[in-house]
Ligand binder design. Structure first.
Ligand code: SF4
Length: 329
């Protein structure tokens, strides 16, 4: 991996539903079942079309986990013609490919069969490990049991799905927990070779949530975790920070080489109070590194052919047209 390059991708964010079976104590994304808890097909298709017109290459489908477990949700999803949120997501992934955007789905916990169902229409998929520690913040979140998350990441490896995972910092875990989490990710990658990036994400307290009065982690702690990640993880795994949540310019020298997805169109629905920086701001953050746009499937997985026939023409077309951007400094 070239250490002098900082990568990013350009996406549209589609939160297909805000309903979730979990109750994470830091969450401001989840809502009860209401008339407005599902993104309607027309809005999703409009967002995809506008994203493609603005030069985005990725459709990020992130939404609540197993919403069908919440009372009333099934009736709402059947009203738009689907049996489940994953079936709806699959249809929109197909629409996304037809529009010219590569789908990347993060739907929380899925079974191996569900991953296999979505794999042909996703260039990559993701699930934050968050932490291997059992924490009070997750006491009412069955999907946040560490073993369940590790099993899903392992299933993605068995299925050869290019995968994004990461740590959420500052939710009650210790430095030892962070090292253990990174070690688990490293070992999964050594076994399956499927981890393309590890997000080191700082928890941002949300007013009105049970953890709203907590303090986020310090810059020094963040830098220490990034350095530890760079030491523990193999060279072919990118280390990413979210440029709307953390001081990317200061953290790049700690070992960051990817700035994740930014969007010219949609907000970060999980952290709506933190707007994306524009490309010019990213370029300034990258200092004298080369800032390069990438797809949501990393080059090594394209070379290995870890994509379906459905995705091949679009991946090949987008690779040819990726601009390389020189830094301004
Ligand atoms: S899994 Fe995600 S959406 Fe669901 S409660 Fe936790 S943070 Fe919120």
């Amino acid at each position: 991996m070239n250490r002098n390059v900082i990568t990013f991708s350009k996406n549209v964010f589609l939160p297909l539903t805000t309903v979730c079976r979990n109750r994470c104590e830091y969450c401001c994304f989840r809502t009860p079942v209401t008339e407005h808890c599902i993104m309607q097909p027309g809005e999703a298709e409009y967002t995809l079309a506008r994203g493609a017109a603005k030069g985005c290459t990725e459709a990020l489908f992130t939404f609540g986990e197993r919403p069908e477990e919440e009372q009333g949700f099934k009736a709402l999803i059947s009203r738009i013609g689907y049996d489940s949120i994953l079936q709806y997501c699959h249809a929109l992934c197909e629409q996304s490919i037809a529009t010219g955007l590569l789908p990347h789905t993060n739907a929380g916990i899925m079974t191996a069969e569900e991953l296999e169902y979505l794999k042909p229409v996703n260039a990559s998929m993701g699930l934050m490990l968050e932490t291997t520690a059992e924490l009070p913040a997750h006491r009412n979140s069955p999907g946040k049991v560490p073993e369940v998350r590790i099993e899903m990441i392992e299933n993605a490896g068995t299925l050869k799905i290019p995968f994004t995972t990461g740590l959420l910092l500052g939710i009650g875990e210790t430095m030892q927990d962070r090292e253990e989490s990174l070690t688990v990710i490293r070992n999964l990658h050594k076994r399956y070779g499927h981890i393309q990036e590890v997000i080191i994400q700082n928890f941002c307290p949300k007013p009105g949530t049970p953890m709203g009065n907590r303090r986020g982690i310090s810059f020094d702690e963040m830098c220490t975790v990034i350095r530890t990640a760079r030491d523990l993880l193999p060279e072919d795994v990118a280390i990413q920070v979210a440029p709307n949540l953390a001081d990317a310019a200061s953290l790049i020298p700690c070992g960051v080489n990817d700035l994740g997805g930014i969007s010219p169109l949609t907000i970060d629905y999980v952290n709506p109070e933190h707007p994306w920086p524009g490309e010019d701001a990213l370029r300034r953050s990258a200092w004298d590194y080369l800032l390069a746009e990438r797809l949501c499937i990393y080059p090594q997985f394209i070379e290995r052919g870890w994509f379906s026939n459905e995705l091949e023409p679009l991946i090949k077309r987008l690779v040819k047209h990726l601009p390389v951007q020189e830094t301004s400094s």
